[in-house]
Design a protein around this ligand. Structure first.
Ligand SMILES: Nc1ncnc2c1ncn2[C@@H]1O[C@H](COP(=O)(O)OP(=O)(O)OP(=O)(O)O)[C@@H](O)[C@H]1O
Length: 265
């Protein structure tokens, strides 16, 4: 039996900044349909640069990234937006915008192609899926950090994408809100590629993991295969400790992060 064709195929992807610095160095991997791919790596490894490139927001050379078999570098932006949604780190609309109107922005690539009712239904579905219906009339500026992150995800899924990219969706959230956002993302039922810093949480939700280190792909595969204590020590400089859950029959991963009292480091 053949393996299903990947949704996203990255082949020999390299990228330089205008000043010539190498930002991404010869990266290849494939994302399976329905997969949740977590991209991890230390600060400055190139994760955001990679995410922008593979979602079609950066300049690509032909053949480097294929989306459902089509060369992403040749796909017009409007066509791409029908398949791909992107939630960045620093998105902040005008605080007076009503949530419902913000979420409706996700329908822009499809405007003029579908009846008005389809757009209204898609916005209502997105608000329901993110449990944000009760805030439909609220101005964006009134929402908490966790609610804003849900709002961004609602706008992205109103777009009805086949592939959703998220750059650190758990950033600035408290531990409970992090878990809820990750559960929401996993429950969407679409292929997702996201950057996360919470490496101990990755095995709980990701089906594939990519670890970046200094512009290169250090490891790619299942969480069990990739996130070994050795790799975590080498790449992140911290110890991974496995502990038994106090009441459930499962193992938890905990990071031992040393905090120095010496302010001179
Ligand atoms: N346009 C650019 N020109 C030059 N250097 C850049 C440019 N964009 C990013 N960089 C550099 O490339 C490196 C990788 O940046 P990137 O934001 O992709 O890292 P990251 O892994 O997402 O980091 P973080 O975890 O801190 O968000 C950084 O050193 C950054 O300063």
């Amino acid at each position: 039996m053949h393996a299903p064709a990947p949704v996203l195929e990255v082949s020999g992807l390299s990228h330089r900044a205008r000043n010539g610095d190498v930002l991404i160095d010869d990266i290849s991997f494939a994302v399976s349909r329905g997969s949740i791919l977590a991209i991890a790596g230390p600060n400055g490894a190139g994760k955001s640069t990679l995410l922008r490139l593979i979602s079609g927001l950066g300049e690509l050379r032909p053949g480097q990234v294929r989306l459902n078999g089509r060369d992403l570098s040749r796909l017009p932006a409007r066509e791409r937006a029908k398949d791909v949604a992107f939630v960045g780190q620093l998105e902040s609309p005008d605080g007076r915008l009503r949530l419902e109107d913000y979420v409706a922005l996700g329908r822009l690539p499809l405007r003029g192609e579908l009846p008005e009712q389809d757009h209204r239904d898609a916005v209502a579905n997105a608000l329901r899926a993110t449990q944000m219906e009760r805030f439909a009339d609220a101005p964006f500026g009134r929402l908490s950090g966790g609610e804003r992150q849900r709002a961004h995800i609602a706008r992205a899924i109103a777009q009805n994408p086949k592939l959703l990219f998220l750059d650190e969706p758990t950033n600035h959230l408290d531990p409970d809100a992090k878990g809820k956002i990750l559960s929401l993302i996993v429950g969407l039922g679409i292929t997702v590629v996201l950057i996360v810093h919470e490496i101990a949480l990755i095995p709980e939700f990701a089906t594939q993991v990519a670890v970046l280190e200094q512009t290169r792909l250090r490891a790619f595969g299942s969480a069990d295969d990739v996130l070994t204590p050795q790799l975590i020590r080498d790449v992140f400089g911290v110890e991974l400790i496995q502990v038994r859950h106090p009441s459930e029959a499962r193992t938890l991963s905990v990071l031992d992060i040393p905090i120095s009292r010496n302010t001179n480091h």
